[in-house]
Design a protein around this ligand. Structure first.
Ligand SMILES: NC(=O)c1ccc[n+]([C@@H]2O[C@H](COP(=O)([O-])OP(=O)(O)OC[C@H]3O[C@@H](n4cnc5c(N)ncnc54)[C@H](O)[C@@H]3O)[C@@H](O)[C@H]2O)c1
Length: 256
């Protein structure tokens, strides 16, 4: 088991890729604290995947606020008894176009995609120091590696997360804390329509998805489990000399 006896926090954990990560980390032997805003979805997660041996914990928090991002780390650390791994996965598509931007929507996009990652890392480092090291994995996107025609604000946020990764990899190296970022392509999760379906018909959303897939050499969307597997590797000691990388899980979308 690749995370035996590890203590792991996963944010945005009640759905999609985060939930796949919770399930995989548990199977690989970790104790996991799932953090999410959605109380009902956290309860469903607990009911459906809890191995009932005390290894799955939950913390409800709004990670778009500084307090939520900070306090949830300490609440999770207390439940777990320490932290070895943080998968800071929270994010939202945010506004679509750039004309007539709504200030609140713009700020919420940066709050959840960037601020929650920065504040989470800033709080978790003290817990990882106590354990003698650790692994932080952020979630960016292919839109953090190449520009996005659909989502310029989202792309700005995700490039910021990649910058945070490369900076913190250097800052935290003396603490033996590795920092990496996973960059999924368009994924088969509820969030997908937030990218392809904003304000358009179901047919137009499907056409946008097909257009995206036509640019993916492996010819399909990424599955949540495939992203979780990449994060597992970055989180585990198998990637013990890997820090500061952006790892695309995109079927080749960004290699062209
Ligand atoms: N779905 C995609 O196509 C895709 C592609 C690349 C990157 N991403 C990134 O992956 C991450 C999540 O995507 P997903 O597809 O797994 O999502 P999802 O829609 O399946 O799940 C998102 C989770 O985030 C939670 N959440 C929403 N707002 C929150 C808040 N304020 N505080 C705490 N939790 C909150 C929701 O309750 C939900 O459980 C984001 O960072 C996103 O930018 C998604």
């Amino acid at each position: 088991m690749r995370l035996a006896n590890k203590l792991a926090i996963v944010t945005a954990a009640a759905s999609g890729m985060g939930r796949a990560g919770v399930e995989l980390f548990l199977r690989e032997g970790a104790s996991v604290c799932a953090v999410d805003i959605n109380t009902d979805a956290l309860a469903a997660l607990k009911a459906e995947v809890d191995p009932r041996d005390g290894r799955l914990h939950t913390v409800q928090a709004d990670l778009s606020t500084a307090e939520g991002a900070r306090d949830s780390i300490h609440a999770a650390a207390e439940k777990l008894g320490g932290v070895d791994v943080l998968w800071a996965h929270a994010g939202i598509p945010g506004p679509g176009g750039i004309e007539g931007l709504d200030v609140a929507e713009y700020q919420l996009a940066f709050a959840l995609n960037v601020q929650s990652a920065a504040f989470g890392a800033g709080e978790v480092i003290s817990h990882m120091r106590k354990r003698g090291g650790g692994s932080i994995v952020f979630t960016a996107s292919v839109s953090g590696m190449v520009g996005s025609m659909w989502s310029p604000v989202y792309s700005s946020c995700k490039f910021a997360v990649v910058g945070l990764t490369k900076s913190l990899a250097q800052t935290f190296a003396p603490d033996k804390v590795r920092v990496n970022v996973v960059c999924p392509g368009l994924a088969e999760t509820p969030m997908k329509v937030g990218f392809t379906g904003r304000g358009v018909s179901a047919e137009a959303a499907k056409a946008a998805e097909d257009k995206y897939v036509s640019g993916v050499p492996l010819g399909r969307l990424v599955r949540p489990e495939e992203v979780a597997q990449a994060v597992l590797w970055l989180a585990s000691d198998d990637a013990g000399f890997v820090t500061g990388i952006e790892l695309p899980v995109d079927g080749g979308f960004t290699c062209k």
